[in-house]
Structure formats: structure tokens, C-alpha cells
Design a protein around this ligand. Structure first.
Ligand code: PHE
Length: 386
């Protein structure tokens, strides 16, 4: 008697779990319901770096829509669940935990900013859920573990690219470096730039710090000016970079300022106006140097998002979703470990921001582009191969 009640109870629980699973699409091993694959995305849709999250999300969404329109993956539609971390420290861990444990996401796409990818990566790693960062460039992101991948180059490369650009194109001999100490991206890129620039024979004449979100940079800029540099490297994000360019002009520091991919946002030109003109930054992709694949992407993106031109984050967001779908197809399952194995052997995948080969560190080996700010637009200057 007792036994049968126990069994009955077990059955009821199992049935309940199955029903709940079907309702929420939550099935850790199978990856979604019978008809859907749940993919989680975390992004800075609001807050300080909202243009990063917005662009990246739009690219990702476009890819998922195209995949679903073509029949989906493994006979199922992909359901993208996107969570906003508001550009705030601490939030990425919360939302990624939710995406995995509550929504049952079988893979995670995100983030743009390295510090936020670094928050989520240990969670994905310990849950055995593959994570693909579209555009975080700090080396530590994929060093977190074997479930963490990215579809972009890393900052030791980007730093060297800008160091060579400073020496060869700007003909700079003395450079100041102005770093956001709140950002893993900024600290890393500053370090790699300095190494590259000194190796190329240049001299770092001033090294100063700021905190992302600061409003007044004049004190540090005055110290930098006194060191008489030929240029200032600012490895920060676009809002800070724009304010730094404005205040540099105000104190009469009239040398080129240049940065990395963190500068890429139309907010840089809207906020910085003439103060950012003539300055340079490196990034992943330029819509005006298009392959057939990226031409199609630019056209589709413009059609989907009211004529807007895709930036690097949009292109890489798109690529991150496409490479995940490709790995799931090759794995023949959404099982985390098997998708991980398939991602790890990605080779020459045709992607809109340049073909992707994943190396043994789970990073993509790709070219960088340098853009110049001219007439409020970003003008392609050159491509630098790894
Ligand atoms: N690479 C930056 C980071 O790691 C983010 C970024 C990517 C910014 C692409 C702009 C374009 O934090």
C-alpha cells in the first residue's frame, strides 16, 4: 500500500515535471521543448553602453530570424531569450544564471564588453553550457574554460595593430596612454599597446588613469599635455572617449587621440562632434570593405532595421549566432559538451566580419581594420592581417 502511494507520487511528479518542461521549454539535456531550442543572450540594451548591446542584439536577432525562416536547426526553431544587464556590473551574472537555470538555455550568446563577459563565463563553464562572446577582446574571457568561445580577435593583436599604426602612420615617437581602470578591456589593451609601441622603438611619456563614467578628465589631460606627446592612446568606451576628445581640445592638447574598438558607436560622433574629427580607432569590420556575404548582410540588416548601417558589434552578433547554429548542426544535438566539441573545430566558417577559424585557445584569428573619423562618419583606412 505504502509502496504504491510512493510510486504514484513519483509518477505524478514526473508527469508534472514533463508538463512544466513542455510549458517552459525547459529541458536541460534535450535543449528546449520538442519544437524549440532555447538560446540565451545577455546584452547591455540600456545604460552606459546601450549602443553596444543594441547593435549586437540586432545582429544576433537577424541571424536567428534567418535561421528560423530557413527551417531552424535540427528540425526545431530557435527561441532567443534576451536579457538586459543595463550595462551594470553584477547584473550579467544574475541574468545568465536565470537564462540557464530558469529558461533552460542550451547556449549563451554575449557580451560585447569584456568585464561583463568575464562575469558570465564562469557560470556557463560550471553549467557546461557553451558561451560565445561576439566581441569581447580581453584574453581572459576564453581562458575561463573550455566552454567559452569568441568570434573576434583578442587585444594582444589589437594593441599591436594600434602600436604599429602609431609608429608607422602617425609617425609618433612619444605617446601618452590614458586608461579606464574600471574596465578589463581598457587595462588589457593599454598593456598590449604599450608593449607593442616600446618594441617598435616608441616611448610612453605619460600613463594616467580614469574611471569609466567620469565627467571631468581635465586634470589628467593637463598632465598629459605637459609631457608633450605626439598622440594619446585612449583604450576606453565611446562616451568617455568622446568627452576626453572634447576636453583635450578645450585645454589645447591638439595631437591625435586614438583608441580601439570601444570607440565604435555613433554616440562618439554625436557627442564628440568636431572634437573627434581626424581621430582614429581600430575595430573588427567596416561595412564599406564588403565581401559578397557582408554585402548581403548589410542589405538585410538595413531592410530589417530601418535603413541603419550595421557596425562591428552587429556583424559579430550575427556571426556568433550563425557559428552556434553551425556547431549544433555538425554536432547533431544541442548537448552542451558535444556542441562545445563542434565549436572547437570550427574552420574557415564564412562569416560577415571575416571567416572564422577557432584556434586552440577558443579565439578567432582575424584581421582588424582602422577607421578614421571624418565628417561625422567612420572612414575605412586600412586592414591589418594577423
Ligand atoms: N572589445 C571590447 C571589449 O572587449 C568591446 C567592443 C567590441 C567594443 C566591438 C566595440 C566593438 O570590451
Amino acid at each position: 500500500m505504502r509502496k504504491s502511494t510512493f510510486l504514484k507520487g513519483t509518477f505524478t511528479l514526473a508527469a508534472l515535471a514533463l508538463t512544466l518542461g513542455a510549458f517552459t521549454g525547459c529541458d536541460k539535456n534535450g535543449g528546449g521543448s520538442a519544437t524549440e531550442i532555447i538560446v540565451g543572450e545577455f546584452a547591455s540594451l540600456t545604460g552606459k553602453e546601450a549602443t553596444f548591446g543594441g547593435s549586437s542584439h540586432e545582429g544576433t536577432l537577424l541571424a536567428i530570424e534567418e535561421l528560423n525562416a530557413a527551417g531552424g536547426v535540427l528540425g526545431k526553431k530557435i527561441k532567443l531569450i534576451t536579457e538586459d544587464n543595463q550595462s551594470k556590473a553584477g547584473e550579467s551574472a544574475t541574468v545568465v544564471n536565470k537564462l540557464i537555470s530558469k529558461n533552460g538555455a542550451v547556449a549563451i550568446l554575449g557580451e560585447v564588453a569584456s568585464s561583463r563577459s568575464l562575469e558570465a563565463a564562469p557560470i556557463c563553464q560550471s553549467n557546461g553550457v557553451p558561451m560565445i562572446s561576439p566581441s569581447s577582446t580581453n584574453p581572459k574571457v576564453t581562458e575561463t574554460g573550455n566552454f567559452i568561445f569568441r568570434v573576434c580577435f583578442i587585444d594582444p593583436f589589437q594593441g599591436t595593430v594600434m602600436a604599429n599604426f602609431a609608429t608607422k602612420t602617425l609617425k609618433a615617437k612619444k605617446v601618452a596612454v590614458f586608461t579606464d581602470v574600471k574596465s578589463d578591456y581598457s587595462k588589457g589593451l593599454a598593456k598590449y599597446f604599450k608593449e607593442g609601441f616600446t618594441k617598435a622603438g616608441g616611448q610612453i611619456v605619460s600613463e594616467l588613469d580614469f574611471n569609466g563614467g567620469d565627467k571631468d578628465f581635465k586634470g589628467q589631460l593637463t598632465t598629459i599635455k605637459a609631457a608633450n606627446p605626439d598622440g594619446v592612446f585612449v583604450p576606453g568606451y565611446y562616451t568617455d572617449a568622446a568627452l576626453i576628445c572634447i576636453q583635450a581640445k578645450e585645454i589645447g592638447l591638439n595631437v591625435p587621440l586614438f583608441g580601439g574598438d570601444g570607440w565604435e558607436s555613433d554616440t562618439l560622433t554625436k557627442l564628440g562632434k568636431e572634437a573627434v574629427e581626424g581621430n582614429y580607432f581600430s575595430t573588427h569590420y567596416a561595412p564599406d570593405v564588403a565581401t559578397d556575404l557582408s554585402k548581403k548582410f548589410v542589405a538585410d540588416y538595413k531592410k530589417r532595421f530601418n535603413g541603419k548601417l550595421p557596425d562591428a558589434m552587429a556583424a559579430l552578433g550575427y556571426d556568433s549566432a550563425m557559428i552556434l547554429a553551425d556547431a549544433m548542426k555538425r554536432a547533431g544535438t544541442t548537448d552542451g559538451a558535444k556542441v562545445r566539441d563542434a565549436l572547437a573545430v570550427t574552420k574557415d566558417f564564412p562569416a560577415v566580419a571575416g571567416n572564422i577559424t577557432i584556434n586552440e585557445k577558443r579565439d578567432a584569428v582575424k584581421a582588424a581594420v582602422i577607421l578614421k573619423i571624418e565628417g561625422g562618419k567612420f572612414k575605412f583606412v586600412e586592414t591589418v592581417n594577423p
